[in-house]
Design a protein around this ligand. Structure first.
Ligand SMILES: [Cu+2]
Length: 756
């Protein structure tokens, strides 16, 4: 895959079929999916290549063709391919355990469907986390000759297919596990820890306090640290336009897909304005902007001007968190760069989040009706727009005062694309619902995008896929969906098999899309005509959110059985298994005074965990506490549990102390069942209340991971058995820390902590 970016692998077969009067072109591709080793950042890692390359080859068709795609699975695991944004029969949609069974190792699966649309789309694996390690590619469908919608000066330009993506040296299963364990390792790598020391240095101590008072962790615009960002599989690449079109004033069309698993990209260009001509594969009226954000899994077609001979303009894609970027140079010769985006002002973002977050964990929109990315709340973090503090305060005040229809573009001269600016060149109104009368057959649905960062739970209406049934819809009816984002992160919501109209104020010319990115507190409405039978996935396209269960399935009533799913019940059970997975977390401190650790298995709601302490020498003894509980509520601040305590300490027994309630204190010799709860209090302090089966009570307060500085964490514990502990931990590496602590029973200790 090293230098084979432009391999063309199409084997096109022209067939005359006997049962139609028209000649029908069948375009066949053979895709060989294999394990490979890559080295994007100095470390050799496993990836998946298709036909030897990453990204997967660009597949090109013309509207009217029939696609025949042979997928040869040469992996040791199951796979699938989903044709993103395509209108096709349900059984060809490529969602394992929903529209087909997974493609088994060493088998070939054939996807065959008519191409009934045109535009820039893409395709990717829908199995596990394979998309993160190479399984994404462009899927381009050209307009047929004589198409009435053909646009001179746009559709006849030379085009450059572009797939954006990201690379992490961490195995994606481990990334997913670490996200569920609320790791701050990614923040350390990104330089976005927002510790107390950093807060004090930058004058935001009160902001940090208030943030923790409201039970929030450090804020960020993205979850995962990536080692590299890629355009067409490279961090830097170039495109030299064909001879005839070189020279300033000529234009090229970039067909851009965001194949990143979880990264939004800012797109900027050194050669002037960017003209947006299509979005999610559908034409829009050309609109000139200085920059745009492409959400995860969106596609944009843009037209840009190419440079003089001997010059190359930089097309820059910067991750939303602005940690890194990737460039494509258009032209050859002296590189003309575009200015890099300045670092985000994270504490300003934290301050904004503080303002939005109510004590109960719900967001407070302060009466603003936000939608369509028009008012980007993150603008307070953009130095290029809200520069100095004064201007930023004015911007915030303006936002609050004008409320409705506020537009971030009014804050500066920089024009940023938002959804309200997208207009279809043709009417997109839905047909009158078929089996119904006028004004009937419109189905209204509403979902709140929900979730919480601390436990990395992402859901709709606080329910994950496995906790819900398929949503039945009727063929012929129009479905109108209102989405409100009540979570603290943005989500690109994707509908399979249909284009929807995004109601954006353009009336009959509302743009057709299959992804809508919704920022926190925004409300958006979309609608589509239910016109193709099947079970269609509707989900957040951030890979780790989807795998956590953020989605639903729309299922057409009375549809014929899907021949690809021989056992629907089994398939559905497997589909649900994805978000039910348990994630392991473990830690052990090898210290001078003993051994101190814990192991925990957790999923969306359930938690089973054990803590242990083994004392050495004169503190000889052991204790273990095991709790099995269930997290309750959207914010999951409350966890009732049952448990078992088992401890023995030789030297303590004689003392016969009492606890703070005057009851017998069995802290040195106990073998008891218990019931109780954990409650997360302001400042992220956990109150644990427990009653043992002999009637003794115990209350305990604890806090872990107080971010003192970038790598220094503090913690404490104190309880009514008159036990206490405090510790300091310096994080050396992803899995290693130096720790010092003082424990009322075990004394002072210094050690190395290993965590998984
Ligand atoms: Cu999401």
């Amino acid at each position: 895959m090293k230098k084979t970016c432009k391999i063309v692998l199409s084997i096109a077969l022209l067939l005359l079929t006997s049962n139609t009067v028209f000649s029908q072109k069948v375009v066949r591709y053979d895709l060989y999916i294999k394990d490979t080793l890559v080295n994007f950042s100095g470390k050799e890692r496993r990836a998946i290549a298709v036909n030897g390359q990453i990204p997967m080859p660009t597949l090109t068709f013309t509207e009217g063709d029939t696609a025949e795609i042979y997928v040869h699975n040469r992996l040791k695991e199951e796979t699938s391919l989903h044709w993103h944004g395509l209108l096709l029969p349900n059984k060809e949609d490529g969602v394992p355990n929903l529209t087909q069974m997974p493609i088994k190792p060493n088998t070939t699966h054939i996807y065959r469907f008519p191409i009934i649309q045109n535009g820039t789309h893409w395709y990717h694996s829908h199995s596990g986390l394979q998309e993160q390690i190479g399984m994404y590619g462009n899927f381009v469908m050209l307009k047929r000759e004589g198409d009435k919608t053909f646009r001179k000066g746009i559709d006849d330009l030379p085009t450059v297919p572009i797939v954006l993506s990201e690379w992490t040296d961490t195995n994606p299963d481990n990334v997913h596990r670490m996200l569920h364990n609320a790791t701050d390792w990614f923040a350390i790598k990104k330089g976005t820890t927002q510790s107390y020391a950093e807060a004090i240095r930058q004058g935001y101590f009160k902001t940090k306090l208030k943030n923790e008072w409201k039970r929030m962790l450090a804020m960020d615009v993205s979850d995962v640290y990536y080692d590299k960002f890629l355009i067409n599989g490279k961090n830097e690449s170039s495109f030299v336009p064909p001879l005839g079109v070189r020279g300033l004033g000529n234009k090229v069309r970039l067909r851009i897909s965001n194949g990143g698993a979880s990264t939004y990209f800012w797109l900027t260009y050194a050669g002037g304005k960017i003209t947006v001509v299509a979005n999610d594969g559908n034409d829009v009226e050309p609109v000139e902007v200085d920059r745009l954000m492409i959400a995860v899994s969106e596609t944009y077609d843009v037209v840009v001007t190419i440079p003089f001979e001997n010059t190359a303009f930089e097309f820059l894609a910067t991750s939303e968190d602005r940690t890194k970027s990737t460039s494509l140079y258009l032209g050859s010769g002296v590189k003309q760069l575009t200015s890099p985006l300045p670092k985000l002002k994270y504490f300003e973002g934290m301050k904004m989040m503080n303002g939005m977050m109510k004590m109960n964990g719900n967001l407070d929109d302060m009466g603003m009706q936000m939608s369509l990315n028009q008012m980007d709340m993150n603008v307070v973090m953009y130095p290029e727009i809200t520069g100095d503090a004064k201007k930023k305060d004015k911007a915030m005040k303006d936002m609050k005062m004008t409320g409705n229809n506020y537009n971030s573009n009014k804050l500066s001269d920089i024009v940023t694309l938002n959804y309200a600016m997208l207009k279809s060149p043709t009417k997109t109104t839905l047909p009158t619902p078929l089996p119904f009368g006028k004004g009937q057959g419109v189905r209204l649905l509403r979902f709140e995008l929900s979730g919480n960062m601390n436990r990395y739970v992402w859901s709709l209406d606080n329910k994950v896929i496995s906790e819900t049934d398929k949503i039945l819809i009727k063929k012929g009816e129009n479905i109108r969906i209102t989405l409100y984002n009540g979570s603290m992160m943005r989500h690109p919501m994707h509908l399979h098999g249909h284009d929807f109209r995004l109601l954006n104020g353009q009336g009959e010319f509302a743009p057709l899309k299959n992804i809508v990115d919704i920022m926190p507190m925004e409300t958006d409405t979309l609608e589509f005509n239910a016109n193709v039978d099947g079970d269609w996935f509707f989900h957040c396209h951030i890979l780790y959110h989807m795998m956590s269960g953020m989605g639903r399935v729309f299922s057409y009533q009375n549809q014929a059985p899907n021949p690809e799913i021989p056992n629907p019940k089994l398939a559905y059970r497997r589909l649900k298994a994805d978000d039910r997975k348990f994630h392991l977390m473990a830690e052990n401190d090898f210290a001078t005074n003993g051994n101190d650790g814990m192991a925990m298995l957790q999923n969306t709601r359930w938690s089973i965990g054990t803590e242990w302490r083994l004392g050495y020498s004169n503190m000889m003894g052991y204790e273990t506490e095991t709790h099995f509980g269930r997290y309750i509520g959207k914010m999951q601040w409350f966890m009732p549990f049952v448990g078992f305590d088992w401890r023995y300490r030789k030297f303590g027994i004689a003392e016969q102390e009492t606890n703070l309630f005057g009851q017998s204190n069995s802290k040195d010799n106990r073998s008891l069942f218990s019931a109780g709860f954990n409650l997360t209090l302001p400042m992220l302090v956990i109150l644990q209340a427990e009653v043992f089966h002999n009637g003794d009570f115990r209350l305990q307060l604890m806090r872990e991971d107080i971010p003192i500085s970038k790598r220094l964490r503090a913690g404490f514990m104190v309880n009514t058995d008159k036990e206490y502990m405090f510790d300091l931990r310096y994080i050396l590496k992803k899995n290693i820390a130096i720790r010092t602590h003082y424990d009322s029973d075990m004394g002072f200790g210094l050690g190395l902590t290993a965590n998984y």
